[in-house]
Ligand binder design. Structure first.
Ligand code: FES
Length: 155
């Protein structure tokens, strides 16, 4: 089984400039560490031959890369314009109420992180909610209790 460093070297070899492997290297580091902690960023930078600051700068741009710990499940509500026009804010507030946390927080049991997110590319199916990277479409506030129940019961 290859180490993280070896895996990144294999990816780097596919690009003329090793820094082009930053995204897959960050994804692998996140899988290994759970999130992109300072230690994970340092390990990523060492493998890429760059600085932790560059890795952090890249990671900070992408919603799927996490610079802070997250819950076991991640619920992301698109609040961009198409979703906002059909009530995304109310959907987000329903999740806040149902989970007992504010957007940006994780439940005390570490199960669910709730976040608003920019356009998920499903504007014609607003409101779009991503649950562990699987999209739910046309979500209404009334749908939220059942979605949370599903999450809690591990369905
Ligand atoms: S605005 Fe919500 S998916 Fe595009």
């Amino acid at each position: 089984m290859s180490t993280y460093y070896e895996e990144v070297q294999e990816i780097k070899a596919q690009y003329p400039d090793g820094r082009s492997a930053a995204l897959p290297a960050l994804r692998l580091a996140q899988e290994k560490h759970g999130y992109l902690s300072p230690e994970a960023l340092r390990e990523c930078a060492d493998a890429l031959g760059t600085t932790p600051a560059l890795c952090e700068a890249v990671a900070s741009f992408y919603d799927m890369l996490h610079l802070a710990p997250t819950g076991r499940h991640i619920v992301e509500v698109c609040t961009n314009v198409s979703c906002a026009l059909v009530g995304a804010q109310q959907v987000l507030e329903s999740f806040e109420q149902e989970l007992g946390i504010r957007a940006g927080e994780t439940t005390d049991d570490g199960e669910v992180t709730l976040r608003p997110i920019e356009c998920l590319g499903g504007c014609g199916w607003a409101t779009v909610v991503s649950i562990d990277h699987h999209y739910r479409t046309h979500v209404k506030p009334a749908d939220v209790p059942a979605i949370v129940q599903e999450l809690r019961s591990g369905e």
